[in-house]
Design a protein. Structure first.
Length: 277
């Protein structure tokens, strides 16, 4: 419990306006440490926005833990690692329930392009308050990505295999261009896009194409770069500042800092996009 108090103190300092997000962030780190202890990262890599926040410095909260296998394996079983997770939380005096979450067609597609070969679980952590963490594993990831090992310090030093930044950018661009923004605006996609451009991260174009072909948004593996630029321009033209800021507001400390957001602003950012061919 001493370690848990240290983690909570850190997140109370950095998330003073959103204690629930801070505690959920602490639980995410405990889960990562448990997976590392159990050898999960010998077979899989951490990806998605939570990976970007914990290991690369993205300044917004993200709800789920997203992973992909290093190579497709339809028979891969999560259950040995879920047992390790239960033990990791129990060692800190926390009761955890893990349930397989059933996918529903449209809602899951809109949220994260969930496929038939995505395993989806909900972790319910019971302690002083009850928190839920979503865990997603892609058992048939698109090809063309690389990874690197990052060090997690809390609750104990652990090595976590992470998808490389340029491939994470390809994942985000895929969501930005093809996710349905009409009703929610998905400010988190714009926030992350801004972060990649400001940090001069090039996009892995090959991995973006592989993702888009696999999801059915492209029918040909050969996809010209100018088509990506055209699609991005069209998405920016449809940008709804009000919807985007409303959606992202619960994930950031200072929504007023997004005042610069506009179609013109994102057009200027788009012109600074670079790609790895």
């Amino acid at each position: 419990m001493r370690v848990m108090k240290q983690i909570r103190k850190k997140f109370e300092m950095t998330n003073s306006n959103n204690t629930a997000n801070g505690l959920r962030s602490a639980m995410q780190e405990v889960a990562l440490a448990g997976l590392a202890r159990g050898g999960f990262f010998e077979h899989a890599a951490f990806c998605g926005a939570t990976c970007l926040r914990i290991f690369y410095g993205l300044s917004r909260f993200s709800e789920s833990l997203d992973f992909c296998l290093l190579k497709p394996d339809a028979d891969f079983s999560l259950h040995p690692y879920l047992d390790v997770l239960l033990n990791e939380f129990a060692a800190m005096g926390l009761d955890v329930e893990i349930l397989l979450k059933k996918k529903t067609g449209r809602s899951c597609f809109d949220s994260a392009f969930l496929k038939k070969d995505t395993r989806l679980f909900d972790f319910t952590v019971r302690g002083e308050s009850t928190l839920k963490i979503t865990f997603e594993l892609d058992t048939h990831p698109p090809s063309g990505f690389s990874f690197e090992e990052k060090l997690l310090f809390e609750p104990h030093p652990s090595c976590v295999r992470c998808v490389a930044l340029s491939d994470l950018f390809a994942e985000k661009m895929h969501l930005l261009l093809f996710r349905n923004h009409k009703m929610r605006g998905y400010g988190r996609d714009w926030f992350d896009f801004e972060w990649y451009i400001r940090n001069r991260i090039p996009l892995n174009f090959k991995h973006f194409v592989n993702r888009s072909v696999q999801s059915g948004h492209m029918t040909l593996a050969k996809f010209p770069e100018h088509d990506l630029e055209r699609r991005l321009k069209n998405r920016i033209d449809a940008f709804d500042k009000g919807l985007a800021r409303k959606e992202i507001s619960v994930f950031v400390h200072d929504p007023e800092a997004l005042g610069i957001w506009s179609k013109h602003y994102f057009q200027k950012l788009a012109r600074q996009l670079t790609m790895i061919r």
